[in-house]
Ligand binder design. Sequence first.
Ligand code: 4AD
Length: 456
Amino acid sequence: MKHTDIIEVFRNKEHIGQSVTVCGWVRTARNSKNVAFIELNDGTSLKHLQIVIDKALDIDYEDALHLGTSLKVVGTVVEGRQGAPEINAAEITVIGTCPADYPLQKKRHTLEFLRTMPHLRGRTNTFNAVLRVRSVLAEAIHKYYQDRGYVYINTPLITASDCEGAGEMFQVTTVGYAPDCKSEEDYYAADFFGKRAGLSVSGQLEGETAALALGKIYTFGPSFRAENSNTPKHLAEFWHVEPEIAFAELPDVMEVAEEMVKYVIGTVLDKCPDEMEFFDKHFENGLVERLRELISHEFGVVTYTEAIELLKKSGEDFQYPVEWGCDLQTEHERYIAEKVFKKAVFVTDYPKEIKSFYMKQNPDGKTVAAVDLLVPGVGEIIGGSEREADYDKLLAAMNERGMNLEPYADYLDLRKYGSVPHGGFGLGFERLVMYVTGISNIRDVILYPRTVGNIR
Ligand code: 4AD
């Protein structure tokens, strides 16, 4: 269907005085004595385009005034009263009618209400802005890595090893439950892959293989977590950005994380001014200023041990008690980022017991070279580490955890054949989108959220 995108009509002053054809859905309609007005949106722009219908003209407009109706409009672009272009309609065609039970009637609905209609919520201003910012962030991530010589790798989604060693994988099976199997091994032997398989929680282990061949790689794909975390920041299926860098130690990894986060946020501020103004107005006052501050200051750095001391001294009444060795909860992470540092902060060198087997063991024998990036408002958005590059130490850590070594034979091989210091991190893409938009529930930054008990 030949037509002009509404964003083009707004952007390009040359359309003024010209006849154009635009398409879109009716967002609001007003019918007065001599004229009728329609605000049309085709999704290309956050702003709606006003269509003015002069009732003296022979235009069949009655059916075009219902919210949600899709239209094709031919008319002349004129400069409207507030200086924004609008269209004096010459011809209106209803493409698809929309009955009065169309759920998006009011101007603003709650995010909770919109969650009940993932198929329609994309037509609201909020989701228009969220989905566009998501897209611009994704492009910026690719550009950051591509411009710096990283190779984009696609790691498998179906895997036989559980990267975090934590056993929270969704199972992949064509057999299903088979009570007549004698043992677990029998059961999996009859399955599609001949062994237990699941959806990958992270592309890291395969990413390491690629980094130890290509030097610098990144992945950008879905990861799956079967943990029963029904919180505003956990999805069962989320998008994961995982760079992996050879010949790199923990400070190198942190440098990349900081530079990348600043680069992608800077890109969104440049490319999406209307969307960012919208979030600032409706979701978090001062958001744009906060992001500008973030990209113009160095991120804080604190060790886990220092963070625990800060939390203990805080005098805050935390729901989860703080002791050296405990996992940091969101309330702790937010206290450190929001109250102590008032900016993004890296927490490094966690106790080895609460981190994964693959992390480089520090000389103190108690901690590992891990790093999390905490940001105000969200908490952790990045988790990463330097990897254990020493064969014997890695093997010992796996044995200490009682891991089945068989699925990790290749991974161990990498430490046998020309091992090098290397590291990387995982950025939760939706957590980044939450941080950039000021939207506080992860279900509202992805079109179809998958969470415990929800797969609409
Ligand atoms: O800290 P995580 O579990 O680290 C890893 O998966 C490493 N293998 C990454 C690496 O070093 N390559 O996850 C990394 C990030 C978290 O910081 C968080 O932002 C996000 O992934 N994340 C989730 N996002 C949404 N829903 C979930 N259930 C998430 N779990 C982790």
